[in-house]
Design a protein. Structure first.
Length: 636
């Protein structure tokens, strides 16, 4: 029996107990873990199918045909590593170190497997990625109000009565958190554009229109303030700019809020009164903040828990340990050039990227505006290396493909961005490929680098990180997980208080208060592209096969276009078009359509990101605006 931890980009970061029995992997949730609680989500339960998948890469590949053609020849690890090292060396000599970009993300959240390869690229002084696709706008917004995006420990929910899931389908994407709230007996509300599975399982559902989160939150705040339902002592002692904010919302009309959001005035008042009476906390989702209105929305929502007396009454992010030692930025000799994640195609088109090293990510499925990105890779001189478990869409556009191993085949640790536990991952078996850290050491040797920091073992790195964070390696090995104690903390704002009047926002060229703006596109329907229950972005499409490629559309919008349930339709805008089947549902409001995101193009023939917008919100850290995409639909 071995301790494992699910390394997926998921809130829950489940601790598991694994074993190899009769040559087959068996997994179950660690019953001792307070959050995992002895059960796995549907994706986690099928991890053995993923681990033993027949289409796992087994030998390195070198491209022999056009990019994207899938024409490769198998080769040895020695030849593949030598070729990568040769091209890396030539690129730096001819174009400079900043023409090399390491592109990685959270496809594997193991601390070593995620961060250690960055040591090599820091040593080489290459360009680094500025991560903006996931939760950047919300991070910036929460810093404007609290000075931090780190919210409350979810185990603290046991001391509360109400949790509001705002823009998060927790039953699909945070199942253990959703069940934790139910286990603690909390009342659950959902605020969302779509009637999700979470909304259907919540005690109350408030359905709002896209981009009106900020207005709905301000309307709720107005009622709480106008009716003196707020925690006067807490606000007086801990809030900066309350009187200014009070005057700001005083002139807001609830009739206007209702008209814009689609929520009745009585519902807004009910939300405000009961939220204040029950001192609700809010789990703020990531999806809706990936929009042109997202940052402002999170700023407005973040004010509500403070109004009812919470120091940190939100759940958004959780940073429990300092992992910087694993990354090794101390190896740099000059500041890093940071390339915004959402602008990868643009930088390739401008000729600023000549060598692209990709691991833990599948950008040719997950990045918006896929047609532009694919053209950029074909039309420009970029040498692409991908290290992955499978022949993904990104691998198809690569010059060299290196087989990766799975997290069941190596030693690592993982923390969570939801709870405060660090979990151990022990190797269970060894099937195929090499870990990210193994390949890093091979490349360092091929480049003739003798710096000892590039050759530390996985265990040495893990032990050092635990030591730096005051955690016990022996305890972790014994239990399989360890809780990181929460240190006393306060707000990291200019005033040292929760800022309803945000000084940091002013410095970034924004209003001190959250502002509502209407956004319209050239096409009539707003496209939302959430993740499917059985995938983590693009992961598992090829192994589980349980995807849903349908377009979900409101019956009124369908009728206007003479579309019936099951009809083949074309969804299109200036970025591209796709064909699929329509499914009519009242769960999706008028003016909105839904496609699940990031399926494999080489398996399905298309991807919702053929349509999504790749613009960014500059004042919110170049955060993604992919959910500010407009399309139209026609019957084929």
């Amino acid at each position: 029996m071995s301790f494992s931890v699910c390394m997926r980009d998921c809130y829950d970061t489940c601790s598991m107990v694994s074993e190899l029995r009769d040559g087959k992997l068996r997994v179950r949730g660690n019953p001792e873990h307070p959050v995992t609680a002895g059960f796995l989500c549907p994706k986690g339960a099928l991890l053995p199918r993923w681990f033993h998948a027949e289409d796992r890469l087994k030998r390195p590949l070198i491209r022999t045909g056009e990019k994207g053609s899938g024409n490769f020849r198998e080769t040895s690890w020695e030849e593949a590593i030598e070729l990568v090292a040769k091209k890396l060396r030539e690129t730096i000599e001819e174009h400079g170190s900043e023409s090399v970009l390491v592109y990685q993300y959270a496809g594997d959240r193991g601390v070593v497997n995620y961060a250690f390869p960055l040591r090599l690229f820091h040593y080489l002084n290459t360009s680094m990625l500025d991560y903006g696709i996931c939760d950047r706008a919300g991070q910036e917004a929460l810093r404007d109000v609290y000075g931090t995006a780190i919210g409350m420990d979810p185990e603290g929910l046991k001391n509360h009565r109400l949790v509001v899931y705002w823009g998060i389908n927790a039953f699909w994407t945070n199942l253990h958190g959703f069940m934790l709230a139910k286990r603690y007996g909390l009342e659950t509300w959902t605020v969302d554009v779509v009637r999700t599975e979470t909304a259907k399982r919540s005690d109350r559902f408030f359905q709002i229109r896209p981009d009106t989160d900020v207005l709905f939150a301000l309307g709720v705040a107005k009622v709480i303030i106008d009716e003196n339902l707020y925690d006067e002592n807490f606000v007086r002692e801990n809030v900066y700019g309350f009187e200014e904010f009070k005057n700001y919302v005083k002139t807001l009309s609830l009739d206007y809020v209702s008209e814009e959001t689609g929520v009745g005035v009585e519902e807004i008042e009910t939300f405000a009164r009961e939220f204040a009476e029950k001192r609700g906390v809010i789990h703020i989702g990531y999806g809706f903040q990936r929009s042109l209105a997202g940052g402002e929305a999170v700023r407005a929502i973040a004010i509500l828990p403070a109004l009812v007396g919470h120091r940190f009454g939100f759940i958004y992010d959780m940073k429990t340990i300092d992992k910087s030692y694993a990354e090794g930025a101390f190896l740099r000799t000059k500041p890093a050039k940071r390339i915004p994640q959402m602008k990868l195609a643009e930088y390739i088109e401008r000729g600023e990227i000549k060598f692209l090293y990709i691991y833990n990510s599948n950008p040719l499925a997950s990045l918006p505006n896929q047609n532009r990105l694919r053209r950029a890779l074909i039309e420009n001189d970029v040498f692409v290396v991908t290290h992955d478990i499978f022949l993904t869409d990104t691998a198809l556009y690569s010059d060299v493909v290196l087989p990766a191993n799975a997290f069941f085949e190596r030693l690592d640790i993982a923390d969570s961005y939801y709870h405060r536990y660090v979990a151990l991952n022990e190797p269970v078996a060894r099937l195929h490929g090499k870990s990210n850290s193994e390949v890093t050491r091979l490349l360092a040797r091929a480049l003739g680098i003798d710096n000892p920091r590039l050759y530390e073992s996985d265990e040495e790195v893990i032990r050092k990180i635990l030591e730096l964070n005051g955690l016990s390696w022996e305890e972790l090995k014994t239990k399989g997980f360890i809780k990181v104690p929460e240190k006393p903390r306060t707000w990291e704002t200019r005033s040292g208080k929760i800022e309803f009047y945000s000084q940091r926002a002013i410095e970034r060229g924004l209003s001190p208060f959250p502002e509502y703006r209407k956004f319209e596109g050239q096409y009539p329907l707003r496209l939302l592209t959430p993740t499917h229950r059985m995938t983590i972005t693009s992961q598992y499409h090829n192994t589980y096969g349980m995807i849903d490629p349908n377009l979900y559309i409101n019956p009124a919008d369908a009728k206007e276009r003479d579309i019936e349930d099951g009809d083949t339709v074309e969804v299109f805008n200036d970025n591209g078009s796709i064909r699929t089947e329509a499914r009519l549902t009242e769960d999706v409001p008028q003016g909105v359509v839904v496609l699940y995101k990031a399926f494999w193009v080489r398996l399905l023939g298309w991807n919702a990101n053929f349509l999504t917008a790749d613009e960014t919100v500059e004042k919110y850290g170049n955060g993604s605006a992919c959910h500010s995409t407009w399309v139209d639909v026609r019957k084929v």
